[in-house]
Design a protein around this ligand. Structure first.
Ligand code: ZN
Length: 156
């Protein structure tokens, strides 16, 4: 009696992995096949299916169900590995872009600091040079005398 082979192809289309319930709602039991083609091969089937053989109930070989489960776990693992790889790639890219940004910020800051110090040095140089020029002192003296004269006329 080949209960299995005919329903096997049908169940393979509708159920993937280890089945938990039959289409009729009954729980599944693991039976051992007694056919010549599949001696002692274990399969899932509900009790009603064995009583009413004309009805269509779920059938699934146990080894195929377990193989499905292993494939699903494998697919999940490869999904996780893929997710992890793309995540670590994006983290590395972000870190790289942050590093580039920091480096450009640093070089900007350094060039601004250099500019600032150069200006300061120039100002110091000019300030050091100026007192040597006699005209400068004279002009300052004239300004001070002028201010004093103005205050003298204003308040007296
Ligand atoms: Zn059933």
């Amino acid at each position: 009696m080949t209960t299995s082979s005919s329903s096997s192809s049908r169940s393979r289309r509708s159920v993937y992995g280890v089945p938990t319930k039959c289409w009729c709602g009954k729980g599944l039991i693991i039976w051992a096949s007694e056919t010549k083609e599949n001696p002692f091969r274990r399969f899932y089937r509900c009790e009603i299916a064995l009583q009413r053989k004309s009805e269509s109930h779920l059938f699934k070989w146990e080894d195929e169900a377990i193989l499905d489960e292993i494939k699903m776990v494998d697919a999940k693992i490869s999904d996780i590995v893929h997710d992890f790889q793309s995540l670590s790639k994006s983290v590395i890219e972000q870190l790289d872009s942050h590093k580039n940004w920091m480096m450009s910020l640093e070089s900007d800051l350094m060039s601004k600091l250099n500019e600032h110090f150069e200006k300061q040095n120039q100002a110091v140089d000019e300030a050091n040079r100026q007192p040597i020029v006699p005209g400068h002192n004279f002009a300052a003296a004239v300004a001070i005398v002028g201010t004093i004269a103005w205050m003298y006329w204003k308040f007296l």
